[in-house]
Design a protein around this ligand. Structure first.
Ligand code: ACM
Ligand code: ZN
Length: 504
């Protein structure tokens, strides 16, 4: 048994005392009735973790005791008091209790062999940022519901609280929309998966989606869906060629890239499709946010297309770039009518001269930090996920040519550890608009859940610490000491991990 807590992410304050809380068997969690859901969820996790160890629990519920207690505390904050007799988790909310229990779960994952010994002490903890996310691209590769649940469960062990579900892209549309059945019939079937040689297709049924959301909600993880407009639209166009500028023919892409064929800005049908998609999302997803993409739109067709040119003339806009802004504004308004707030990739900030982006649109900075700096300067809330700062998990862990991942970038554990969503250029007002940050896993090369695990862990452990832990409490040397202990916990959960050089 480890003699220190070695938690990831590192809590705000840790005081270790004398003696140990010892537990033989699966501990019994009880407490205030408002925490019933958390107690049920975590009790099941403890039991499953225990069973993974292969040990029998013969205690008949007489093992160590964990109490959950309501106290006045900030949302998500918790206190753990560990004595020789019991552990008390205090929090003001279910989210806080869940976070405290996950820290405790980490300690239990380090033990077993039929008994766990945890040093007595007291931990006080609260997050630095409220938005701590991971995006999974389920278009280029279709991940199973089972894998997504395993991932969400393991993310929540690190207090990651947003699962950004990338549901549409050139290589596959995964969201059923009643009014547009061909999105699934045609758009969900990638022609071929060149790398794996496997046919890659599929979609999530409404029941699958509800199942994932319920699973995530029980773990205090918010599921934020993304449908990408008006670029990355090959799957839509293959299903509904009339929505493109040229009329096609189009196909669900089987290559990675940025494609010329995007939705036609002059065709009102694209807003009918968006309305149906937003209605479906609003019905299924409780999150206040819908991500509308907006990245990497090619304008060559818009320059040639008579319908797009007509739209330009009607709107009094000069460039196709401005037309994208006009579309974004309209989509954001449609979402607002449905009680949702739009999030867009940082391209949505460009050429917004005449059709200004509504202030409540959240900007996700990915091409660097600049988008986040600019957006917060304009009064937008910001999610930082810079591809230059370790947040792109499709990049290689190191320059080793034998590592899997995109060739054009590298994201080391150290970069993820060093990233700070608040940059020195930001004023205090701008910093206050930074919701937090995210890691993103694009899946063109990641054609199995096992490979996804290898790309996500342990980089997300470092990023979780960047998003959760107070800046003053961060220390890479100390993280390096804790990480091997933590990776053994992840081994126990059956997570495949990178174990090479942390600094690339
Ligand atoms: C992106 O990586 N295209 C957002
Ligand atoms: Zn057009």
């Amino acid at each position: 048994m480890n003699q220190t807590y070695a938690l990831v992410p590192q809590p705000v304050s840790v005081k270790q005392g004398e003696g140990f809380f010892q537990c033989r068997g699966v501990p019994v969690i009880s407490g205030d009735s408002i925490f019933k859901n958390e107690i049920d969820t975590v009790s099941a996790q403890f039991r499953a973790d225990w069973e993974r160890c292969g040990c029998a629990d013969n205690t008949g519920g007489a093992a160590g005791k964990i109490f959950c207690k309501k106290e006045d505390m900030k949302e998500e904050a918790y206190r753990l008091l560990i004595t020789q007799d019991a552990v008390t988790v205090s929090a003001g909310s279910g989210a806080g209790i869940y976070n405290g229990l996950q820290s405790l779960r980490q300690m239990f994952l380090g033990g077993c062999d039929e008994a766990v010994s945890i040093p007595c002490g007291e931990i006080e903890d609260r997050p630095r940022f409220g938005w701590r996310g991971l995006m999974l691209d389920c278009s280029r590769y279709f991940y199973s519901v089972e894998f997504i649940k395993k991932l969400i469960d393991t993310l929540s062990l690190h207090h990651i609280n947003v699962f950004h579900w990338h549901l549409t892209d050139d290589q596959g549309w995964r969201l059923p929309i009643k009014e547009y059945p061909l999105l699934i019939e045609i758009g969900s079937k990638r022609r071929e998966h060149r790398l794996s040689g496997r046919f890659s297709g599929g979609f999530y049924t409404e029941d699958d989606i509800r199942d994932v959301i319920a699973f995530a909600t029980a773990r205090h993880v918010e599921v934020v869906p993304e449908v990408d407009f008006p670029g990355h639209a090959s799957a839509i166009l293959a299903a509904y060629p009339g929505l493109g500028c040229t009329g096609g023919p189009y196909q669900v892409e089987d290559r990675f890239g940025i494609f010329e064929d995007v939705l036609c800005a002059g065709n009102d049908g694209i807003f009918d499709l968006a309305a149906a998609a937003f209605d479906t999302l609003a019905r299924l997803f409780p999150s206040a946010y819908v991500h509308i993409g907006g990245d990497e739109v090619r304008f060559n067709n818009w320059n040639e297309c008579p319908k797009c040119k007509k739209r330009l003339a009607e709107t009094g806009l000069k460039t196709p770039q401005e037309l994208q802004s006009w579309i974004t504004v309209r989509l954001a308004k449609m979402l607002a009518e449905r009680g949702k707030t739009a999030i867009g990739w940082d391209e949505v900030l460009e050429d917004t001269g005449q059709y200004k982006l509504p202030k409540n649109v959240v900007v996700q900075s990915w091409r660097g930090r600049e988008g986040g700096i600019k957006a917060s300067g304009l009064g937008h809330r910001v999610i930082m996920s810079s591809s230059k700062d370790g947040c792109y998990l499709d990049y290689r862990h190191s320059p080793d040519p034998e590592e899997i991942g995109q060739r054009w970038g590298k994201s080391t554990v150290f970069q993820g550890y060093s990233m700070d969503p608040i940059t020195p250029e930001m004023t205090a007002e701008q910093a206050a608009l930074v919701l937090g940050g995210q890691a993103n896993l694009w899946s063109e090369l990641i054609y199995a859940g096992k490979i996804a695990e290898y790309m996500i862990f342990p980089r997300i452990c470092a990023i979780a610490e960047s998003l959760w832990t107070a800046k003053e409490a961060k220390n890479f040397e100390d993280f390096k000491r804790r990480l091997p202990i933590h990776q053994e916990r992840l081994d126990r959960l059956g997570i495949l991990q990178y174990r090479g050089n942390l600094e690339g």
